[in-house]
Design a protein around this ligand. Sequence first.
Ligand code: ES4
Ligand code: ZN
Length: 326
Amino acid sequence: MSLTPLLNSLPKAELHLHIEGTLSPALMWELADKHQVRLPYNSEAEIAAAYQFDNLQSFLDLYYQGADVLRDEDDFYRLMWEYLRACHEQNIVHTEVMFDPQTHTERGIGFDIFMPGFLRAAQEARQEWGISCYLICSFLRHLSEQAAFETLEAAAPWYPDITAFGLDSSELGHPPEKFARVFKRVKELGFAIVAHAGEEGPPEYIWQAVELLNVDRIDHGVRCQEDPRLLALIRERQLPLTVCPLSNLKLCVIDDLAKHNILSLLDEGLLVTVNSDDPTYFGGFLNDNFSALEHALGMNEQQLQQLIVNSFKASFLPEADKQYWT
Ligand code: ES4
Ligand code: ZN
C-alpha cells in the first residue's frame, strides 16, 4: 500500500534547505523581467531544461547565476513566502532555512535588504499557518576565512533572528579546517553550528567538521560509512545527518537512488533525516524525497515514521516543542 496518505498526514520538519535553491524557473523569469537582468535562457522551460548536473560545482555555477535576479526586499520576501507556502502544502510545520549572505553582499545587496524580506515572510507564515521558521546563516567555503569573519560581523544586528551558522558551497579543496577559527567565534557567540561535510568530500572532512568546528549537525555526511570509527562516533553522539536523496542523485554523488545508503544508516542507529536541499533545482520538494525513498528503496511505514520523528529530534526547537511533535 502506498505511504503517500500517511506521508501527507504527518507533521514534519525540514532541516537542510537553501532558500536560494527554492527559486522556481517561473519566479526567476518574472524577476529577470522586473529588474531587466539578462538570462542565458529564452523561456521558463529552457531554465528547467538546463538543470542537468555532473557534480556539485556544475550545479553551483547555475545556482549562483540564478540568484542574481534577487535584488530588492520584496524579491526575498517572495522567495521565502513561496517556499513556506510549499511547506504548508506538504504539512511541514517547522523548517530551518539556510541562506547564503555572501551570494548577495558580493553583489552589493546587504543584510538590510534580504533579512527584512525573509523575516516578513516567516512572520506571515507563522500567523497564517502556524509554521515556525529558523534561519541558518551559511558561509561560502570557496571564499576566504577573512570573508567569513566579515560576514559574521555584518550579521551582528540580526543575531536575534539567527539560530545557527553553517558552511556550504564547493566542498573539495575547502576542508572545514579552513574555518576552524570562524566557528570558534560562532560558538563563543552562543550559536548552533552545522556544516556540509562528506557530500563529495572524504570522511576526513566529516572528522574535521566534528572535531574542529564542533558541529551540532552534519549536512549530508553520507560518506561517513566509509570509516567505521567515524560511523561509531556519529552514532554514539547521536549527531544528526541531514540527508538529501534527490540532491545526491542529481549531483551524481550516487548514480542510482536504489544504491542510496540512507536506510542502511538509519538501520545502523544513526539520527538520519530526509531533506530537499535545493528543491527547484533537484526536481523535488521534501515529500517527493520521501516518495522517492519509498519507490527506489522500499522504505516501509516504520522507517518513514522514524525519519519524521528524527526531523524534530534533530531540530534546534526547544525540548518542549520537540516533545509536542514526537
Ligand atoms: C548546496 Cl547541495 C549543496 N552543497 C553545497 N553547497 C550548497 N549550496 C546550495 N546547495
Ligand atoms: Zn545543502
